[in-house]
Structure formats: structure tokens, C-alpha cells
Design a protein around this ligand. Structure first.
Ligand SMILES: NC(=O)c1ccc[n+]([C@@H]2O[C@H](COP(=O)([O-])OP(=O)(O)OC[C@H]3O[C@@H](n4cnc5c(N)ncnc54)[C@H](O)[C@@H]3O)[C@@H](O)[C@H]2O)c1
Length: 349
């Protein structure tokens, strides 16, 4: 049987670098397009062996490049994004353009070329913040940031163009964690583990009571793998991806980390105001549809162990939160300052 062929837009970031290898090991051929904002030649060379063909470029420029579209892919996966709330705040227009507008444009292009499946990396952040209930896929959306709004806009437009010949799955991921060849330390668990190892001190700056559902990048890849094969009777399926076993309060994550990193200490600012950015999500639809093969395998301790090994293998400075290597927002700001990004495509809004 021939390998499936998948086009992945945004395949050289934190999730993409794990996904490339995951799908390669599943005998799936990856065709990638990525501006490679956070990588360089060296990091790309490490990914090369997992990728059948790569276009390095901005999808806003490359969308009609025939070198991308000369294959009838089994699916298109859209990971490209300005990928968190602080970046969304800083680069609001670009966030809408890449996360939403060009996601729709790519989907239309794919549909017009007879591709039958589109997988969108969405986010649980679209439910807004509430720790009093567990929103499911039918719950009201309440996006509070430019990033979350861009995901809501994209999903609603993708729903409009979906059909029985163009199946769309919107994977509403919990917050990611875990090791990746393109590591981010601007994600909550990754930050806690790095602080514990490097500074021997985990400092929770709120009272630590907010709830967070997390998902390991390997399990995100597992969910994408599931969605490549999954056939739903509906043409548009939004689905929360994460697990109840990996939903905790931030102070619990911090305690798990300190328990796992020798000689690290924990301080929680119990006198600080309660952080209202708290949320839980209902993952039962994914649990029922994915089955045991694709249900998340990483819990908190397994993810922390994986992160400890990763952080120990890297040279991360004490002040990593200020470093443009580990924090996406700092990286983009610095690249713009140094004129290393195409400023036309990255107008600061
Ligand atoms: N990391 C998380 O916690 C999380 C949670 C939920 C959903 N998601 C979604 O998963 C996806 C991947 O996230 P990530 O953590 O890997 O982000 P990332 O920032 O690490 O990677 C994004 C990649 O997209 C590329 N890219 C951005 N704009 C592009 C453009 N215009 N053209 C071509 N390439 C472009 C970047 O170069 C980068 O390699 C995103 O859509 C994100 O919103 C992530």
C-alpha cells in the first residue's frame, strides 16, 4: 500500500518538529511549508530525514506556489500560527492574517484541488475562562484574546466551507507541554521544569489555584494521527483534545515539579490576588472517539520526566524568560529589531 501523503503548514515549530518524526514513524509522507521563524539551517537538517519535501517560506507568499500543490494529498494540516496570547496582543493583525485568514485561504485551495480532509490546530482557549463548568464542543465560545478570537473565526469559516467531500476536523488542543527539538519555555509546565532545574526555585506568581488542562506534544501528534484516518458522518467536527487525568491547578503542577527535581524549592504567592484565568474542559468526546490507541499517554509525571531530560540536555541560561531563544514573543521582537524577518509580512500592529 502507498504511504499517505500529508501537507503540513507550520511543520518546523514546537509541535511540528515532534509531528514530523511521529508521522514519519507511521510511514506517512510529510510535505512541509514553514517560514522557519524559530529554526535555522542546523535545526532544519535534523528534521530533514523525516520530511519528504520542504518549502521554506511564508504561506502568505507561497500559497499559490505550484511546487506545493502538485500532489493530491490525503489531508492538509494547518499548524502555522502566531501561537500564543502575548504574541497575539503584540501582533494583532498578523495573528488574524496567519491564524485565520490564510488558514481559510489554504483550506479553499485544498478543497478546490479535490483534497478531502483538512485538520486545523485549534485551541481550548476559545471557551474563555471558567472553572465552574467543563465546556464541551457544543458550549458557547467566549474568546478573550486575539489569539483565541483568531481560532474562533477560522473554525467558523472552515465550518462554512466543509462538505461531505471536504471534511474538516478542528482539534481544540489543551495547553501543550513536553520536549521538542524546537523547545518553547513560554508554556506553563515547560517553564516550571526549567525554573526548577536552572534556578532551583519554582515561583508561582499567583495563588496557584487556576485550573489548566495540559497535553503532551507527543499526544497532540497522536491526535493528529487519529484525525488523519477518522471518518465522521459530519463534515465539520470540532473536538477538545486533552484528558481529565492531565487537568490540575497550577500549584499542583508546581508541587509535582518540585517533587521531581532534587533540591528545588517552591514558593506560592498566597497573598497575591486570585488569577482569574482558570479553566477546565470536557474531553469526553475525544475519549469516546479516539479509543485507547490514540487517547493521551502522557500524564503529569511522565511529562515532567521527559522535560527534565530535555532541559538537562540543553544549555539554558538562568534568565531564560528574557532570552529570545526560548520565548517565542522575545524571538519575534528581536528578529524584527534586527531586520531578520520580512518586515512587509510582519508589520507591527
Ligand atoms: N503550543 C500550544 O500550547 C498549543 C495549544 C493549542 C493549540 N496550538 C496550536 O498548534 C499550532 C502549533 O503550535 P506551536 O506551539 O508549534 O507553535 P510555534 O510557534 O512553535 O510554531 C508555529 C510554526 O508556524 C510557522 N509559521 C508561522 N506563520 C507562518 C506563515 N505565515 N507561513 C509559514 N509558516 C509560518 C513558524 O515558523 C513556526 O515554525 C498552532 O496553530 C497553535 O495555535 C498550540
Amino acid at each position: 500500500m502507498n504511504n499517505k501523503k500529508i501537507l503540513v503548514i507550520g511543520n518546523l515549530g514546537y509541535v511540528g518538529c515532534v509531528l514530523n518524526r511521529f508521522l514519519y514513524e507511521e510511514n506517512i509522507d510529510i510535505y512541509g511549508v514553514d517560514a522557519n521563524w524559530f529554526g535555522n539551517e542546523e535545526s532544519f537538517n535534523l528534521q530533514k530525514k523525516f520530511i519528504k519535501r520542504q518549502v521554506i517560506g511564508d504561506i502568505r507568499k507561497e500559497i499559490l506556489n505550484e511546487d506545493i500543490w502538485d500532489i493530491k494529498y490525503d489531508a492538509v494540516i494547518y499548524l502555522a500560527a502566531v501561537s500564543n496570547d502575548p504574541m497575539g496582543k503584540r501582533f494583532a493583525n498578523v495573528t488574524h492574517q496567519i491564524n485565520a485568514e490564510f488558514c481559510l485561504k489554504v483550506a479553499i485551495e485544498a478543497k478546490n484541488r479535490g483534497i478531502e480532509k483538512f485538520i486545523f490546530a485549534s485551541s481550548c482557549s476559545m471557551y474563555g475562562m471558567s472553572d465552574n463548568n467543563f465546556p464541551n464542543e457544543s458550549s458557547e465560545l467566549s474568546p478573550m484574546t486575539e489569539y483565541a478570537k483568531s481560532k474562533v473565526w477560522a473554525e467558523s469559516e472552515l465550518k462554512n466551507i466543509s462538505s461531505d467531500k471536504f471534511n474538516v476536523l478542528a482539534l481544540r488542543f489543551a495547553t501543550a507541554c513536553g520536549s521538542s527539538p524546537s523547545l518553547r519555555l513560554d508554556l506553563v509546565l515547560n517553564d516550571l521544569v526549567a525554573s526548577a532545574i536552572i534556578n532551583k526555585h519554582v515561583e508561582v506568581l499567583s495563588d496557584g489555584t487556576p485550573w489548566r488542562p495540559l497535553v503532551h506534544v507527543q499526544d497532540m501528534s497522536r491526535a493528529i494521527r487519529w484525525s488523519i484516518d477518522y471518518q465522521d458522518q459530519n463534515s465539520f467536527l470540532p473536538i477538545n483534545v486533552g484528558s481529565k487525568e492531565f487537568t490540575f491547578q497550577v500549584r499542583d503542577f508546581a508541587k509535582f515539579v518540585v517533587d521531581s527535581v532534587p533540591n528545588s524549592k517552591l514558593s506560592i504567592a498566597t497573598d497575591k490576588a486570585v488569577d482569574s484565568r482558570s479553566y477546565k474542559v470536557d474531553f469526553s468526546l475525544y475519549e469516546s472517539l479516539s479509543g485507547s490507541k490514540y487517547y493521551p499517554k502522557f500524564d503529569a509525571y511522565k511529562s515532567i520526566t521527559d522535560l527534565i531530560e530535555c532541559v538537562n540536555s540543553l544549555e539554558i541560561p538562568n534568565d531564560f524568560r528574557a532570552s529570545n531563544k526560548w520565548m517565542r514573543l522575545k524571538f519575534l521582537e528581536n528578529s524584527i529589531k534586527m531586520n531578520q524577518l520580512n518586515n512587509e509580512l510582519f508589520k507591527i500592529s
